[in-house]
Design a protein around this ligand. Structure first.
Ligand code: MLT
Length: 320
């Protein structure tokens, strides 16, 4: 008898979910960006919000909730009501590396979220202030080793992708600079422009306008391939430091329990939007790599996240 009631309740819930999904989104949706405005997560989150808005005919409003390397905003999203009105812009830091860096992370990136889809992969680069006394990776390594005690590195908090990227760089070189935390890499870039911070590791789109304007320098792309946006900047591989390889994914997630038909609707909109010529060009111009159609399925992200979590557990085990 108990089983019958449970089955009936499940059927009723499925019917309610399907009905809600048909009219979804009937209310404004909040897209939590767990970092400061103007950085890669914010720009990616705004691209996704824009796509959802165009395709689903409702307002998608970005809310920047910075702090603790993106874990504050991600925790807020994990605890939000799972009714499709709260989404979060997650990335390789908040949804893959954070469990390796926080012994008491308040959320489980795998169990507390429904993956919606990837937006882009964003290779990082090593950016330095314009008067930093190095113009390539070899010179950076030599200077950093000789001046470790006065070297400072900006990052967007423990668990952020800028923190992880530079952790890989620093451990490969064998240096421990002074770490200066910010709520995102946009404020880190401001500190680099002001000459208050020596360097950071940031997806290409952050430093790009400043490198082009000559107000900051890019010393290495942390990826196997050069960036078409900065074709003169050699990769870490070319410069003999392949351990500095960091190309974070940026993706949308919803709180666990968000009805599947809503996730399907969001995924279809995102997929269509990212595949369009307009957004492919926009992502190209930002130095981001748009995912393939297969990589844009929610199913792909569902198996990709746990694989990345495992990867970072091993990769970061001795580097913290
Ligand atoms: C940002 O948008 O500020 C960055 O993506 C933060 C980070 O380093 O993870």
């Amino acid at each position: 008898m108990k089983g019958k009631w449970a089955a009936a309740a499940l059927l009723a819930l499925a019917a309610v979910n399907a009905a809600q999904a048909q009219t979804y989104p009937s209310r404004q949706v909040t897209v939590i960006v767990p970092f400061a405005a103007g950085g890669p997560a914010d720009i990616s989150g705004r691209i996704a919000a824009d796509i959802f808005q165009r395709h689903l005919g409702q307002q998608f409003v970005v809310e920047n909730v910075g702090g603790a390397g993106g874990t504050t905003g991600s925790l807020r999203a994990a605890r939000a009501t799972a009714d499709g009105t709260t989404l979060v812009m997650g990335h390789m830091g908040t949804h893959a590396a954070a469990p390796a860096l926080y012994p008491n992370l308040g959320y489980d990136p795998e169990k507390d979220f429904e993956p919606i889809g990837l937006i882009a992969v964003q290779p990082e680069l090593l950016a330095v202030r314009k008067d930093f006394p190095a113009s390539n990776l070899k010179e950076f390594v030599a200077y950093a080793k000789a001046n470790e005690s006065k070297l400072n590195m900006g990052h967007a908090g423990v668990g952020s992708v800028s923190y992880v990227g530079c952790l890989l760089l620093n451990s490969a070189i064998g240096i421990k600079p002074t770490l200066v935390p910010f709520t995102g890499t946009a404020p880190v870039m401001n500190a680099i422009l002001a000459g208050n911070v020596d360097y950071d590791c940031d997806p290409v789109l952050g430093p790009l306008p400043h490198v082009r304007a000559g107000t900051a320098k890019a010393l290495a792309i942390a990826h196997k391939k050069r960036s078409p946006m900065l074709p003169d900047v050699p990769t870490s591989y070319e410069q003999g430091l392949p351990q500095f390889d960091c190309a974070p994914f940026y993706a949308m997630f919803a709180p666990k329990g968000t009805p599947q038909p809503m996730i399907d609707k969001l995924n279809a909109a995102l997929r269509k939007g990212v595949a369009s010529e307009t957004y492919q060009k926009r992502l190209d111009d930002l130095g981001a790599l748009p995912p393939s159609d297969e990589e844009m399925s929610a199913a792909y992200l569902k198996q990709f996240v746990p694989a990345e979590i495992e990867k970072f557990k091993t990769l970061l085990a001795e580097k913290k």
